[in-house]
Design a protein around this ligand. Structure first.
Ligand SMILES: Nc1ncnc2c1ncn2[C@@H]1O[C@H](COP(=O)(O)OP(=O)(O)OP(=O)(O)O)[C@@H](O)[C@H]1O
Ligand SMILES: [Mg+2]
Length: 407
């Protein structure tokens, strides 16, 4: 081999080696590029994660701050002094003279407004919207009951009276102005249990376009001192706000019982509620457009003050149904029943002297039960006769009692 040949061989070897190394380097370069790309992606992900965590930190800090702010005291403004300071009554007891925060606009700082007070300085830091108790808000009847005047047997005179006293003043106030009398403020329905007092009020609610607020007297009797009176006040506030309004207070005797000399603290709370009710009925704030219907089956225990003219101006007595009314009530309650031809409502009416409308309903239901017991779908006179006996025996005692009360 010549030198030249050796040299060429070496060159070839060398170039092969170089090629190999270039190949290796290219491979490495690709790997690194890949890695770089991957790292780039990771970086982006971490950055976004960081932003997210920073936001979270911010949120938690904010939450922490919120938790750390001291509670504010609720108070009521009693007076606004000429120098801009106000007298507040807080729930803690005594009255304080305090300043108001600058950012509260002066027109909101009025006597009677509910305000938030700083815990340390008792400065007014916020004016709260006037609130109504959820119990009061729940009193408004939104779905009208399905009972109409046609569903009530007898009681035509009473229906006319209640409409005159409640609906007409709301719908035609000019009539009263022309005649020159104040329209009645309210009516009181009194009568033995089960004679249709609640039903009559429901029918008024069904028929009227006015807002209807319904309350059971016992709901106004509350646990804490002054609560009942506040409820009554808020109830009438809402009534005035949503006028024209009819306020119905059922079972009025539970707040309207006679005030006694000796009384427990519970009685006194009920009395305070009653006094608030009397004050509202007297209405320093006009009660135009708000009519009140009360109902009770114990007029004998009602406080005289409730009954004097100017409050419940009209006492409407709902009597135990007479012969004609009983026949009508029987017809009303059998409207949806499948009744055999032999059923004679006149005879049933004459045999049920002294029973109430509720009893008649019970008799009809019982008669239906007797028919079902014998696997019939038509209710016969015999079923009614049995039902009359059954219901009237059960009821004999209670009728005796209430009859002498309303005599
Ligand atoms: N005049 C009537 N016509 C038709 N149904 C009547 C009549 N009176 C009473 N009823 C029936 O009796 C039920 C009870 O009547 P309601 O609740 O009005 O009695 P109430 O007078 O309010 O009694 P309480 O004094 O016990 O509250 C009614 O749901 C109705 O089915
Ligand atoms: Mg009732």
């Amino acid at each position: 081999m010549t030198d030249e040949e050796i040299f060429e061989e070496e060159i070839e070897e060398f170039s092969a080696e170089l090629k190999e190394r270039i190949g290796a380097l290219e491979g490495m370069n690709e790997r690194l590029l890949d890695e770089a790309r991957q790292n780039e992606g990771e970086k982006r992900y971490i950055k976004s994660e960081m932003v997210r965590l920073q936001k979270e930190i911010q949120r938690l800090r904010f939450e922490l701050d919120r938790m750390k702010t001291p509670p504010m005291i609720i108070g009521t403004i009693k007076d606004v002094l000429t120098d801009g300071r106000v007298v507040v009554k807080s729930s803690t007891g005594p009255d304080f003279i305090v300043t108001t925060a600058e950012y509260i606009s002066p027109e909101n700082v009025i006597v009677g407004a509910r305000v938030a007070l700083n815990k340390q300085s008792l400065a007014v830091v916020g004016v709260l919207p006037a609130s109504l108790d959820p119990i009061v808000l729940g009193g408004e009847v939104i779905d009208r009951p399905e009972i109409s005047y046609e569903d009530i047997g007898g009681l035509e005179d009473q229906m006319r009276e209640i409409r005159e006293a409640v609906e007409d003043p709301l719908l035609k106030p000019e009539l009263y102005k022309k005649v020159g009398i104040d329209p009645p403020k309210g009516v009181l329905l009194v009568g033995p249990p089960g004679t249709g007092k609640t039903m009559l009020a429901k029918a008024v609610a069904h028929q009227t376009n006015a807002t209807f607020i319904k309350f059971v007297g016992s709901e106004l009797v509350q646990k804490y001192i002054g609560e009942g009176a506040r409820l009554v006040r808020e109830l009438f506030d809402m009534a005035r706000e949503k006028a024209p309004t009819i306020v119905f207070i059922d079972e009025l005797d539970s707040v309207g019982a006679k005030r006694l000399e000796v009384a427990t603290s519970g009685d006194r709370e009920v009395q305070r509620t009653l006094m608030q009710l009397l004050a509202e009925l007297d209405g320093f704030d006009s009660l135009e457009n708000v009519k009140i219907i009360g109902a009770t089956n114990r007029p004998d225990i009602l406080d005289d003050a409730l009954l004097r003219p100017g409050r419940f101006d009209r006492i409407i007595t709902i009597p135990v149904p007479n012969y004609v009314a009983r026949g009508e009530i029987f017809k009303i309650h059998t409207r949806k029943m499948s009744v055999a031809k032999d059923v004679n409502f006149e005879e049933l009416a004459s045999r049920t002297d002294g029973v109430s409308g509720a009893d008649i309903k019970a008799i009809c239901t019982e008669a239906g039960m007797f028919a079902i017991r014998e696997d019939r779908t038509k209710v016969k006179m015999l079923d009614f006769n049995n039902a009359v006996v059954k219901v009237m025996v059960v009821d004999a005692d209670t009728i005796g009692e209430s009859a002498h009360m309303f005599a």
